[in-house]
Design a protein around this ligand. Structure first.
Ligand SMILES: Cc1cc2nc3c(=O)[nH]c(=O)nc-3n(C[C@H](O)[C@H](O)[C@H](O)COP(=O)(O)O)c2cc1C
Length: 145
């Protein structure tokens, strides 16, 4: 399995998470790549799409992933397997709103969410990559089962 890890980040936390996940999946014998400036040109339905994004503004996607998300929403995503990890802060009403909007769009366009999305509350998890890596290891077992 090859993972395209699409990163949406303003302050860098989601980038650390994505890099930790990439290291993790390589250790487990898989391969993949982090895309810090995601582009629709990399869309390949044979790969697993892993979107790792924070939320900014008032429930908004980070600027670096917004064009990609808009382009993705124009595609027929039937046959695409995806995983979403969101970072957010539960003191906002729009907690993990960006991840949730991507999840809804993926399903609407026909993609399959392989596992329930993970939403990481950075208030409870000041080092979000720790919980992300732990969670991801469990999901890899499920996907492979
Ligand atoms: C200006 C600003 C707005 C934010 N808005 C939200 C929000 O609407 N919902 C949410 O869940 N988190 C919000 N957050 C929290 C960020 O998602 C959180 O700090 C995250 O770890 C940032 O990840 P990043 O460094 O990858 O951008 C906001 C943070 C900032 C600084």
């Amino acid at each position: 399995m090859y993972f395209d890890i699409m990163v949406g980040s303003v302050l860098g936390a989601s980038e650390y998470v994505a890099e930790a996940l990439l290291a993790n999946l390589k250790e487990a014998g898989y391969n993949g790549e982090c895309h810090f400036e995601p582009s629709i040109s990399t869309l390949n339905k044979e790969n697993i799409l892993l979107i790792c994004t924070s939320t900014h503004g008032a429930g908004d996607l980070p600027d670096n992933i917004l064009p990609y998300a808009k382009d993705l929403a124009k595609q027929n995503l039937c046959g695409l397997n995806a995983i979403v990890i969101g970072l957010g802060d539960s003191s906002y009403d729009t907690y993990c709103g960006a991840a949730m909007s991507i999840e809804a769009m993926l399903v609407d366009k026909g993609a399959t969410l392989l596992v329930e999305p993970l939403h990481i509350d950075v208030l409870n998890h000041p080092i979000p990559e720790d919980i992300a890596v732990e969670w991801f290891a469990e999901q890899l077992k499920k996907i492979n089962a």
